[in-house]
Design a protein around this ligand. Structure first.
Ligand code: MTE
Length: 330
């Protein structure tokens, strides 16, 4: 992803020079790493992920749990499994998913778990407002009391070409929206994350358009695939996964799945969003997974799985075309 201008240069994790990479001789030998990167169409710098690709050291699952643990709502897990969804690939381990996270409020590298300790996701509330009949603020008890949680096995595809298969626990976003009764004039839903510079170190950097924001068309938001997740792997979300509540839209690149939501607004205008504001030519508003539309700096034709590094061909809409393809039929 593109980074902000800091101390006079634009920090782009993907643009780091070879000299900035972790000493791969400790891990992958050079030829094997090159072959792997070539196989996924990436031969440029991999500063952000190189240490992780190393497989050397790293935190234990106990350390990752301790860093991000949230107790609130734990008695609601595990929720019943919705058997309509299958990965079609092996499930990613809890450790790999919890270690390799993107949460720019805390870090622009894959070390979010090291910085989330000061973050307080309880108590929490979020508002749903704008073009609707019944605007409302929900706290976590409202969420757990009002909506029926279910577990769904979804593939996740990051714009950076990594992918994972994880079981989210949540409920359809459409259920929440029906609750507030959108007006016919509502065409988009805008989502926002918290702004807490005292808890999230990167929010002290002014050049990012904080708070993190995202958006969907109202039709996308009402699609049954779009869920608000409160849990992962049969327990409440860890802080690094976006506790206490986040969006999951698995046919889109992962950056659309905004974490730790504090506000939703129904609007008649396409909202400005975080990555699209920073680099509009690199991160489109729609951002559907599409192997035929390369990112300006790398191919999207293939993807690699966290943990196993197994490479797969990327599939249009991340393989969820049967559910969402009709949204985009011309
Ligand atoms: N939400 C917020 N608030 N801040 C972020 O930096 N990163 C996005 C998305 N949601 C991000 C965010 C990106 S780029 C991805 S790929 C997914 O979260 C990653 O979700 P995960 O870290 O739980 O795997």
């Amino acid at each position: 992803m593109s980074g902000p201008r800091i101390h006079g240069f634009v920090r782009r994790p993907w643009d780091l020079p070879e000299s900035a990479l972790t000493d791969e001789s400790l891990f992958f030998d050079r030829t094997r790493r090159r072959e792997f990167l070539k196989s996924i169409g990436l031969t440029a710098g991999l500063g952000a992920i190189s240490p992780w690709l190393s497989g050397c050291g790293g935190p234990s699952i106990e350390e990752l749990d301790k860093a991000g643990h949230v107790d609130k709502g734990a008695d609601h897990y595990p929720a019943p499994l919705n058997e309509s969804f299958e990965y079609g690939r092996p499930e990613t381990t809890r450790k790999d998913a919890a270690e390799f996270t993107n949460f720019y409020e805390f870090s622009s590298r894959k070390s979010v778990y090291l910085n989330v300790d000061p973050f307080e996701p309880v108590p929490w509330s979020f508002s749903v407002e704008g073009l609707c009949n019944k605007p409302r603020t929900f706290d976590l008890d409202d969420v757990y009391d009002t909506f029926s949680l279910e577990e769904r096995a979804y593939r996740h595809r990051c714009v950076e070409t990594w992918a994972m298969c994880v079981p989210w626990t949540g409920f359809p976003l459409a259920e929440l929206l029906k609750f507030v009764e959108p007006l016919p004039s509502a065409k988009y839903v805008k989502f926002e994350t918290f702004f807490r510079p005292e808890q999230a170190p990167q929010q002290r950097i002014d050049d990012y358009p904080w708070p993190y924001s995202e958006g969907l068309t109202i039709q996308e938001a009402m699609n049954p695939m779009a869920i608000l997740a409160t849990g992962i792997f049969g327990r409440p979300l860890l802080k690094q996964h976006g506790a206490p509540i986040r969006l999951v839209v698995p046919w889109k690149y992962g950056f659309k799945g905004i974490k730790s939501i504090t506000r939703m607004e129904l609007t008649d205008q396409q909202p400005a969003t975080f990555w699209n504001t920073l680099a509009p030519h690199e991160y489109a508003f729609e951002a559907n997974v599409d192997p035929n539309v390369p990112h300006p700096r790398w191919s999207q034709a293939r993807e690699w799985m966290l943990g196993t590094q197994k490479v797969y061909d990327t599939v249009i809409y991340n393989g969820y075309g049967d559910y969402v393809g009709k949204l985009y039929a011309t």
